[in-house]
Write a protein that binds this ligand. Structure first.
Ligand SMILES: [Zn+2]
Ligand SMILES: [Zn+2]
Length: 331
């Protein structure tokens, strides 16, 4: 029989469709797929490949001299404009704010066929450090309330360019989705005196059946109430509400774990499309006891439709414990 499961942190329900569930290996992409590493190392038409850089869009790069390893550029077609005053107009049903904000692209590697799963730990660490650095700089802008770090890998995840990149958007508002998560976490804290994420992490470590990989600082596990197949959270063991407030040295431990988990997806599922999101508190919120930053990894292996849109309830045609076991194998 199918089972409804609730995510303790968001209080959202999912349907784990046990009877329709496919075996984890059935989610692997077809063998004839051209995987990222099989593409050419350089693509003459790619705007992110060395030699094609639009230098006027560049925000920063590492290293400062010699060929670049990572660079941050302003999005050529930004969703929000950098310059201008922030003005609000609230008039009955019409509420608006000028479209001010940041929309930047982090080009993760000079090679056209690179992907985090196959990078070195040092390369992954460098791009995480770049994200943290830009996040802190954008967060210092008083017009900005929320920073969203995300990555679209592959067409089904919404990537328009195949060259490895992630995006940073600084918003002049706190999105409803994030507000909802904060309110639920605050409610749990009020009821129990605990951070709901620390509680989830403790349970996952005790049970062990959904664990994928871990080290002394970070833990990767399949979410109990996964909304889709192979929905993974990577959570720091140390409680911090915001990614922006972490010790930069902690990235030394995040890099190998993130690479390891993405490598498992790459090899076990044949380079699936995925989204990766850093969930963190609004920039102006100080540290608190109830929210806990983490990374969500969402492979795009099943499609959502009207029911999900109409209810907010996802149907997951896989068993999270089986997916975790499958990713633990052969490593
Ligand atoms: Zn390229
Ligand atoms: Zn916590």
């Amino acid at each position: 029989m199918a089972e409804l499961r609730q995510n303790l942190a968001t209080r959202e329900w999912v349907i784990i469709a046990s009877e329709r569930a496919r075996r984890p290996n059935a989610y692997a992409e077809t063998p004839n797929r051209i995987r990222t590493h099989e593409r050419p190392e350089h693509e003459s038409a790619c705007p992110f490949c060395p030699g094609n850089e639009e230098l006027d869009l560049e925000v920063c790069r590492t290293p400062l001299v010699g060929p670049w390893a990572t660079r941050v550029v302003r999005n050529k077609y930004p969703a929000l404009a950098l310059d201008g005053p922030l003005t609000r107009a609230f008039n009955g049903v019409e509420r608006r704010i000028t479209g001010i904000g940041y929309h930047e692209v982090l080009v993760e590697h000079p090679f056209h066929n690179a992907t985090i799963a196959l990078m070195t730990d040092e390369e992954v660490r460098a791009l995480l450090e770049m994200s943290l650095q830009r996040g802190r700089e954008i967060g210092a802008d008083p017009r900005i309330e929320q920073i969203v770090f995300f990555k679209n890998h592959g067409e089904r995840a919404g990537a328009s360019l195949p060259h490895a990149h992630s995006q940073i958007i600084g918003l002049p508002i706190v999105p409803g989705d994030i507000r909802h998560r904060i309110e639920e976490a605050r409610r749990f804290f009020d009821d129990t005196g605990r951070c709901v994420f620390c509680a989830m992490l403790e349970d996952e470590l005790t049970s062990g059946e959904r664990l994928i990989a871990m080290n002394d600082y970070y833990v990767a596990f399949m979410l109990y109430a996964s909304s889709s197949p192979f929905h993974i959270w990577i959570m720091p063991r140390q409680h911090h509400a915001s990614f922006l407030h972490i010790e930069p040295t902690s990235l030394m431990h995040l890099a190998p774990l993130l690479r390891d988990v993405l490598f498992r997806l790459y090899t076990h599922l044949n380079d699936p499309d995925y989204n990766m999101i850093i969930r963190s508190t609004p920039t102006k919120e100080p540290e608190n006891g109830y929210f806990h930053w983490y990374i969500a990894l969402v492979p795009r292996l099943s499609r959502s439709a009207g029911f999900e849109l109409g209810s907010g309830v996802w149907i997951n045609p896989s068993i999270p414990e089986q997916c975790a076991e499958y990713l633990r194998e052969g490593s």
